[in-house]
Write a protein that binds this ligand. Structure first.
Ligand code: ATP
Ligand code: MG
Length: 275
């Protein structure tokens, strides 16, 4: 087999692992630290609670978050032989199939990977996992518009991209660049819309009040400017950040009003991805 044929065979192999997935959704942003992983994890839980079969893949090989967000310290990943291929069996927690580089290597020491190595590791991580039949595979993307994002999109062809921003994120150009990259003629990823994280604060003792501490309508205006749908606001929430630290996504917990925003987001995503 010449290198071209080998590459083609590998691409087909990788794609066959996601063939049983109805919708692959990339959760993206232009900037880091805006809450992509938090949104991806709680969206995955909310979709699962709505009765969907859901997988969640940590596409951030340099800073994986799933081990922390789902409280998985060390995982033993089992293999499954399928023909000539060894596929990894994803972990299952709260009814969601999970895969992260953090389950496979010790991420306390930095991963010294150059771009192509990181892209390769990531396509392997997602494409060599036994996802089976899923309604949704959520990809928790690393920030930006680099080689990793491009390779992922070209290999797995996500059907939709969901963007996360924060109100004080004045870097409209970063979000615009990311939106343009995903939606351009070559990649043609459907932009599902924009969600604004850390949009307002509601004190427990005043549940009807919303304080827009970082300014109002930043996300809405950004969505309008970029001509994409605005899919809602997620509050700044101590219970959300505590849940992240604790390793149990807030959307898994009963009686957590701050998680309502994720259920509303999940409903919109289901509506938008209906055949
Ligand atoms: N709505 C929120 N309320 C309170 N804390 C939040 C909220 N959203 C995110 N956080 C906290 O902010 C930090 C960054 O969130 P997160 O890791 O989800 O961002 P990210 O965009 O995935 O970052 P990175 O670009 O590094 O992958 C975390 O400590 C998280 O717990
Ligand atoms: Mg993240």
């Amino acid at each position: 087999m010449n290198p071209f044929e080998e590459r083609k065979k590998r691409q087909t192999e990788l794609q066959s692992s996601v063939a049983g997935i109805k919708n692959i959704i990339a959760v993206c942003s232009g900037k880091g630290g805006v809450g992509k992983s938090t949104v991806a994890a709680n969206l995955a839980v909310s979709l699962a609670k709505s009765g969907c079969k859901v997988g969640l893949a940590d596409a951030d090989v340099y800073g994986p978050s799933l081990p922390t967000l789902f409280g998985v310290d060390k995982a033993e990943i089992l293999a499954h032989k399928e023909g000539e291929r060894d596929l990894m069996i994803p972990l299952e927690k709260y009814g969601i199939k999970l895969m992260s580089i953090g389950f496979l290597v010790d991420v306390s020491s930095p991963l010294m990977w150059r771009g192509p190595m990181a892209s390769n590791a990531l396509t392997q991580l997602i494409g060599d996992t036994l996802w089976g039949e899923l309604d949704y595979l959520i990809l928790d993307m690393p920030p930006g518009t680099g080689d990793i994002q491009l390779t992922l999109v070209q290999t797995f062809h996500p059907g939709g991209a969901l963007f996360v921003c924060t109100p004080q994120q004045l870097a409209v150009s970063d979000v615009r660049r990311a939106v343009n990259m995903f939606s351009n003629d070559n990649l043609q990823v459907n932009i599902l819309g924009l969600v604004e994280n850390m949009a307002y604060f509601t004190p427990k003792e005043l549940p009807e009040n919303k304080y827009y501490i970082f300014g109002k309508n930043g996300g809405k205006n950004l969505a309008e400017e970029l001509n994409i749908d605005f899919l809602g606001q997620i509050p700044v929430s101590c219970s959300l950040s505590d849940a992240n630290e604790e390793g149990v996504p807030l959307a898994c917990k009963e009686d957590s009003p701050d998680a309502d925003a994720f259920f509303e987001l999940a409903e919109k995503i289901i509506e938008k991805t209906k055949e």
